[in-house]
Write a protein that binds this ligand. Structure first.
Ligand code: ZN
Length: 117
């Protein structure tokens, strides 16, 4: 079995489909696409692509949380929790949830801008 080339690197062929990306006789299940390498012909390539996809998802999530945090900070406008009405209290708890999710992942919180003060 020869190595599979992907973006200039060579990878071990999938042991299950022998680097073909599909299994003969399994056409009735997902068109025969190999369930180990998902058609990428190498499990290593599949894992590489999967990790890239997860990284991108994480980036999107961080982007979303950043925009939420900024939006909520702006809405709350530095009000004291004791002066807050119900709607602001729920905004505050949403803000905290977004901040905590970032902290859990070790991602720094967005800086407070002056126009948010
Ligand atoms: Zn395979």
């Amino acid at each position: 079995m020869s190595l599979i080339e992907y973006k200039g690197n060579k990878y071990k062929p999938c042991p299950y489909c022998k680097g073909k990306g599909y299994k003969n006789g399994y056409e009735h299940v997902r068109n025969g696409i190999c369930f180990q390498c998902e058609g990428y012909k190498s499990v290593e390539i599949f894992n590489l692509i999967e990790n890239t996809r997860k990284e991108m998802q994480k980036e999107k999530e961080v982007e979303y949380r950043y925009s939420e945090i900024k939006r909520l900070r702006l809405l709350l406008g530095g009000k004291k929790e004791s002066d807050m009405k119900a709607i602001d209290k729920s905004r505050l708890s949403l803000l905290k949830r977004n901040e905590e999710a970032l902290i859990r992942q070790g991602i720094p919180l967005p800086e407070k801008c002056q126009d948010e003060e």
